[in-house]
Design a protein around this ligand. Structure first.
Ligand SMILES: [Zn+2]
Length: 197
């Protein structure tokens, strides 16, 4: 009788341990599925972290922009810069960069491979460099973080993830790639100022 009871207790302990191990095993998988999904080959075999750091390393710092703006009196049209306009240019730069990075982060979670460039208004500094509706691959943005807008102070360029299933090169006859493989595109210098009235 005692042995039978001991056996039963032992069995319960073993069962409890087994359940505990089972739960522990499941947890990492749950966490993994909550993390950004990197489920495609190609660029997604190397893109494993947020683009924020990489892109920030290729853009001027807030301090550099502030200093530069303080030393400038007019934009590319000869429009006079006031302190309010300078502050606005800096804030717009920061929010525009944030918007680009967030779009890429969302795209990375969905395995997006292509992005379009668009403009929220007239942008004379980008006009001759970034054709409207042209596109860039995630791989190119990874290799050349400078292809991520904003390109200059007062830039009205933005990127949007391409959500289509089809390869963009087959679908977009009127769309062009921003630049050919392994060659840096000619982009506006960040120091070009386009102030809005
Ligand atoms: Zn621009």
């Amino acid at each position: 009788m005692v042995f039978a009871l001991l056996g039963l207790v032992l069995l319960i302990i073993i069962l409890l341990l087994a359940v505990k191990v089972g739960i522990k095993k499941e947890q990492p998988e749950d966490q993994a599925s909550a993390a950004p999904v990197i489920h495609k080959s190609g660029i997604y075999s190397i893109v494993r972290r947020s683009p924020r750091e990489l892109i920030a390393g290729h853009k001027p710092t807030e301090e550099a922009i502030r200093q530069y703006l303080a030393s400038q009196n007019e934009d590319i049209h000869g429009r006079r810069l006031t302190d309010t306009i300078r502050e606005d240019l800096l804030n717009r730069w920061k929010s525009s960069l944030d918007k680009s990075i967030s779009e890429i982060e969302r795209g990375d979670a969905d395995g997006v491979e292509f992005y379009f460039y668009g403009f929220t208004g007239d942008d004379p500094a980008c006009e001759n460099h970034v054709p409207k509706d042209c596109f860039v691959s995630r791989e190119q943005m990874y290799k050349y973080p400078i292809t991520v807008p904003p390109f200059h102070l007062g830039c009205l360029c933005e990127i949007k993830a391409y959500q289509g299933e089809q390869n963009i090169c087959d679908t977009a006859t009127d769309r062009v790639r921003l630049f050919d493989e392994n060659a840096l595109p000619r982009l506006p210098e960040w120091k070009q100022i386009v102030a809005t009235q």
